[in-house]
Design a protein around this ligand. Structure first.
Ligand SMILES: NC(=O)c1ccc[n+]([C@@H]2O[C@H](COP(=O)([O-])OP(=O)(O)OC[C@H]3O[C@@H](n4cnc5c(N)ncnc54)[C@H](OP(=O)(O)O)[C@@H]3O)[C@@H](O)[C@H]2O)c1
Length: 267
């Protein structure tokens, strides 16, 4: 395989578009998500358009044994990975005390544990090769407390902190770790998280997943540490350093809480 990159959450949104941009740059791909059909169609399209080999693996990454099986399977497919993009993730608008624990648990497993476990599994092979790229998809949510999406924002703060520390540990190895922080972006995220009615997710001018993917791929290839997509999001990330965190929690509470009752009655 030519500089293979494994992308989680490749069946839609940013992950789907990352597959497009990686294939256009000549990378063979291993695409992972639960839905098989969109990935099969993507494989056919990419192999038709580019001289690359695309493998698909449908799996629920919240399960530790499944992640271990994925790793074992990829070890039989040829050379070690050049790149690992931990993109799969989801959010949920809910009041913590009333939230569905099974959903929160799955979010913690996917957004935090799977990302960490896959990094731990694949890093030694990359370090042994003296080259590699890890990109972990966080969010601008990483920079502030997210009232009524508390677990999601906290999970992205973990991704940012973990990946920044990892980037420093990897200095001199030839392997780099990049944190990609998109702001609200057109994808299936809004419907899954039940946030369609929140003003900052419901803007016709939201960036496309393709634009975020192209930005992320470029940062990953350059070995950049932490990148925020788009000027308004960069301003937001900077502004969070200036305001007290209590005030930030109040602001997200006002934005997200105002639609909570409407959103809950719709589900
Ligand atoms: N869109 C935004 O506004 C936004 C903003 C900031 C950050 N992000 C982050 O960007 C990343 C990609 O999200 P997106 O916007 O592209 O949303 P999306 O369109 O909903 O894509 C999420 C991807 O994750 C996969 N996935 C979900 N649960 C999974 C599981 N248990 N096991 C394996 N794969 C699973 C989904 O595929 P299956 O359902 O087929 O498994 C899908 O391919 C996420 O980490 C998200 O937090 C998004």
């Amino acid at each position: 395989m030519a500089k293979p990159i494994l992308i989680t959450g490749a069946s839609s949104g940013i992950g789907y578009e990352l597959a497009q941009v990686c294939a256009a740059h000549g990378h063979d791909l291993i695409l992972v998500a639960r839905r098989e059909e969109p990935m099969k169609a993507l494989k056919a399209q990419l192999e038709d358009a580019h001289p690359v080999q695309v493998l698909t693996y449908h799996a629920d990454l919240t399960c530790a044994a499944t992640r271990q099986q994925l790793f074992a399977w990829t070890q039989t497919q040829g050379q070690p990975l050049y790149g690992l993009i931990n993109n799969a993730g989801f959010g949920d608008l809910s009041e913590f005390a009333k939230a569905d624990w099974a959903k929160l648990d799955a979010m913690l497993q996917l957004n935090i544990v799977a990302l960490t476990h896959l990094s731990r599994l694949y890093l030694p092979g990359m370090i042994a090769q003296g080259q590699g790229r890890i990109m972990n998809v966080a969010s601008t949510a990483a920079f502030l407390p997210g009232t009524y999406m508390a677990i999601y924002y906290a999970s992205k703060a973990y991704v940012l902190s973990f990946t920044e520390a990892l980037a420093t540990e990897l200095k001199g190895t030839g392997v780099t770790a990049t944190t990609l922080c998109p702001g609200p972006t057109h994808s299936e995220f809004q419907d899954r998280a039940n946030v369609r009615d929140i003003a900052w997710f419901n803007d016709s001018k939201l960036p496309t997943a393709a634009a975020v993917a192209a930005f992320g791929y470029s940062a990953m290839e350059k070995g950049q540490r932490t990148v925020v997509h788009g000027t308004p999001n960069k301003v937001l990330a900077f502004a969070t350093r200036l305001l007290p965190r209590k005030q930030l929690a109040n602001i997200t509470g006002q934005m997200q809480g105002s639609t909570l009752n409407t959103a809950t009655t719709k589900t």
